[in-house]
Design a protein around this ligand. Sequence first.
Ligand code: FES
Ligand SMILES: [Fe+2]
Length: 433
Amino acid sequence: MLSAEDNERLTRTGAGTPMGELFRRFWVPVLLAREIPEPDCPPVRVTVLGEQLLAFRDSQNRIGLVEPTCPHRGANLFFGRNEECGIRCAYHGWKFDVSGRCVELPTMARDEGLRSRVGLTAYPAVEWGELIWGYLGPPEHRPELPEMDFALVPPSHRFVSKKLQQCNWAQACEGALDTAHFSFLHTPLSIPEVPPSARGKVLANALRWMVEDPMPVFNVVEHEAGLLLAASRRADGDDLYWRVTQFLMPNHSLAPGSGPGDTYFGQTWVPIDDRSCWVYVYSWNPDRPLTDKESRFIPGVPSVHAEVDEHWVPIRNRSNDYLIDREAQRTTSFTGIVGISEQDAAIQDSQGFIVDRTREHLGPTDLGIVRFRRLVLDASCALERGTEPRAAAAPHAYRVRSGGAVAPSCQTPTEMLTARFGSDTGLVVDADR
Ligand code: FES
Ligand SMILES: [Fe+2]
């Protein structure tokens, strides 16, 4: 459990809060790149870390992330015209560029002094891995972009999507760091036969192993970018089934299910405010282009991508109890809710908009989330004392992978990790990059 003070610290991310300041030392995704698909396309409203902003792509493909309020008389620039390298207010024509500078003041054309004084708060924004990333922190501490594996592969090897989640960012992120829940939340009531196409795979029996052993044993390795969480369950014979998750500061997680050569999955939780967040979801394959099935959401295919409407709101959400089917829950699946992403969202949202961590009873299978909390809370305290987060200065340390492995129980965690990833932190040692 956490004290009420630490729960407050962990979950509040507005400007001036300790965790909000920690987030503001990192680039955070604010949109999918395809939400502003081409130069001079319509601007898009963005709310991130409690700040209301406007994003637009100018005529030269530069990205603006600016406050939306016109300094003339407060009209919202969302209704403005995105034209010739700037956004022009629809009320009286004042115009601003991507840096927030006022470039035209047609109602007071001769007042150069005023033009140079009025401007919009603007944050740096760039496209990286088909996401638009923004940096909301102090300019002198702006880091390099994190060199995440999904962003480094060719576009044909990657699929990104997003989904609204209606709870605080931290409890949603904790769901991804908690591999123990897979023995329950996502399981069918009877384990299906391993299909012939999967019989040769090392992880073909993973679902059965997770159901048979609900008490994964955690080994945690701290590295420059975050934490590697390796959890072992009993497999067949003398083997262990390992699920290795990555947490990357301050809000990314790479999922533990993929075997060698499989497509990988990851998610990034970006607070909208303290009661909701956008989850950016990416699948990528370092070795080959994604198949058609892997490059879009397909109902019935297990995935962390959600089925969403045109506003990225999941079809199964808080307002409709995730379309839980009690008959299916009685006969077929543990939850009666369709979709891995939806099962996660339902149970994480059910903890409350902000879960009360003072009332928890944690055990050994909660070690991953305990270490996550400690890492980010300590980093926020250190930042208050003037120590910058080391992960922000280590973009190269984000080149890590997660995934599953089967290994003899006599192997140490270090031996297993080195055999699976080539290093004991999951760092990709790849001469091509
Ligand atoms: S309110 Fe924007 S130009 Fe007047
Ligand atoms: Fe899950």
